[in-house]
Design a protein around this ligand. Structure first.
Ligand code: AMP
Ligand code: MG
Length: 520
């Protein structure tokens, strides 16, 4: 099984399919999922956001589509990206899915406030564009179909920040605000964020078509699997059991994604099966958070009373979700009437997840320590540092970044290395550093080289809750400059940006009282 993605074509050589000069009416729309129609997609227009105004757009996300940075200045762009009126060739649709929420079967969910604008071809392959907050759909249940500015800013900034961190994610193309009042705990205002991804299909799409069947007819489930294999995992078609091969690939990609989260200290917050992407992309940014002071059981979602989605539980929860996906694929496995064989096939497909995850995370953690080789005892070295970090609640991001400045043999109070100052128990840290130094000497590590390697995996800048909060407060008062600043800063999370050093500092005291819930 290969983890390699399709090689990316350089953006400089745009294929002819993107019109030059950019002309929205001549874009190569494909709309393949929407074209499946019922029961997969419900065609409908969005509900126009009144008096829309641009907050910001992502030039980098536009470039991935092959679009110029000024695409949003085209006539009709603001209407199209605020659900008012589609561009020619777009096919707007809401899709149906189900899911397990907090471990419990929740039945039908679906795009209750999202709308596929369409799927457009481009230099990096087809991309779906999806509005979030575009009004009611048949899947809105008792909610309003809207998203508040606060949560849309968080989604916009974090999607693009995660991409810059090298973690697979849906991306954010645009953010539009309005004065439309929206009631949550208080009255807020509505906004629409445009996301892009090769596909927005979730585990829950499969669960839906497994559970909603009449007379044992699983043809819709099979059609969905065929669609995903043909368009996103074509090599699985050659396997003896293509659907099992698909499950194995989704497991691999999920392991890669979660390893990326753990290494950078990202907590998703709502890892329900309807929030896990079939492509292994981080999706549905809600009450997410990055670790500040290191607590393995950190719960970023105020609504998660039991801590089901605590930081340290994420790898196991992803595995649980993969089992839910496997369960939904049972009717598609060819077992010659032997249920035991079907179970074996799916169990085998899932079985590589723990090892892949451990391998992926191990590689990332060794890189974070600046280790160039793999040796026995590395895991214990990593675990002991993490234990020390947890005991003193030291800042996760700062610890790794400052560890890059460590010089072999400079342990001890006299050396006054910045990383040592983070630990209340300096002597405990010194004892660990002695072992670290031995390990580094064993591979003839060179301080300066190691630092360069560490600085490209240990980010200096992450989207801490309090930074997002400050940008939100300004934006709610009509000033978007802090959003733009954070967007630019987080596009280069590994670079020293001395003019923004304050953004890398420890969070202020008030950050500890921020409560981020599912309300969005
Ligand atoms: P989430 O917890 O954001 O993943 O959402 C779970 C389900 O609730 C999905 O089907 C969403 O589309 C739906 N949903 C969340 N918020 C709203 C809303 N304001 N209006 C309509 N549907 C919503
Ligand atoms: Mg969701």
């Amino acid at each position: 099984m290969s983890l390699k993605r399709q090689p990316r074509k350089p953006l400089a050589t745009l294929p002819a399919m993107i019109p030059t000069p950019f002309d929205p009416s001549a874009l190569p729309w494909l709309n393949r999922y929407a074209a499946l129609g019922r029961p997969f997609a419900h065609h409908q227009p969005g509900q126009a956001l009144p008096d829309p105004r641009w907050v910001t757009t992502s030039d980098a996300a536009a470039a991935e589509l092959g679009w110029p940075a000024d695409w949003w200045t085209q006539p009709g762009a603001l209407a199209a990206f605020s659900a008012g009126a589609a561009w020619p060739g777009m096919q707007t649709a809401a899709t149906v899915y189900s899911g397990h929420q907090f471990g419990v079967w929740a039945g039908q969910l679906g795009d209750g406030r999202a709308l596929l604008l369409g799927e457009v071809d481009g230099p990096n392959g087809p991309r779906e564009l999806q509005l979030k907050g575009s009004g009611m759909t048949p899947y809105s249940r008792r909610a309003d179909g809207r998203a508040v500015l606060r949560s849309s800013i968080r989604e916009f900034l974090c999607s693009e920040a995660m991409h810059a961190l090298g973690i697979p994610t849906t991306r954010a193309l645009a953010l539009v605000a309005s004065n439309l009042p929206v009631r949550r705990e208080t009255v807020e205002t509505a906004s629409v964020v445009t996301r892009t991804a090769p596909s927005f299909l979730r585990f829950g799409h499969f669960e839906h078509f497994c559970h909603h069947v009449r007379d044992g007819d699983f043809s819709a489930l099979r059609q969905l699997a065929d669609f995903v294999i043909d368009h996103h995992y074509p090599h699985c078609r050659d396997a003896a059991q293509p659907v099992a091969a698909l499950l194995a690939e989704v497991s691999q990609r999920t392991a890669v994604m979660v390893a990326g989260w753990q290494a950078v200290g990202f907590c998703h917050g709502v890892m329900n099966t309807d929030n896990l992407s079939v492509l292994g992309l981080t999706i549905d940014y809600g009450p997410f958070g990055f670790l500040d002071g290191f607590d393995p059981m950190h719960i970023c979602n105020h609504s998660d009373d039991q801590g089901r989605y605590a930081y340290a539980r994420q790898p196991q929860v992803a595995y649980w979700n993969l089992h839910a996906l496997a369960q939904a694929l049972v009717p598609l496995i060819d077992g010659d009437g032997d249920d035991g064989h079907v179970k074996d096939v799916l169990t085998e497909a899932l079985s590589h997840y723990p090892d892949t995850f451990a391998h992926q995370l191990g590689q990332r953690m060794r890189a974070k320590l600046g280790l160039a080789t793999e040796q026995d005892g590395d895991q214990a070295l990593i675990d002991d540092l993490m234990r020390l970090m947890a005991r003193h609640r030291v800042d996760y991001t700062l610890t790794w970044r400052l560890l890059g400045e460590h010089r072999i043999g400079a342990a001890g109070a006299a050396a006054r290395e910045p990383v040592r100052d983070l630990f209340l128990d300096g002597e405990g840290f010194d004892a660990w550093v002695c072992r670290y130094d031995d390990r580094l000497r064993a591979e003839h590590s060179v301080d300066a080289d190691r630092r360069v390697r560490m600085d490209v995996v240990n980010p200096k800048y992450i989207l801490r809750n309090h930074l997002a909060e400050l940008a939100i407060r300004q934006a709610e008062a009509g000033d978007y400059t802090e959003i733009l600043r954070l967007h630019q800063l987080l596009a280069r999370p590994f670079d020293e940006q001395p003019e923004h050093a304050a953004y890398a500092a420890l969070p202020p005291e008030w950050a500890g009282s921020l409560e981020i819930s599912c309300s969005s």
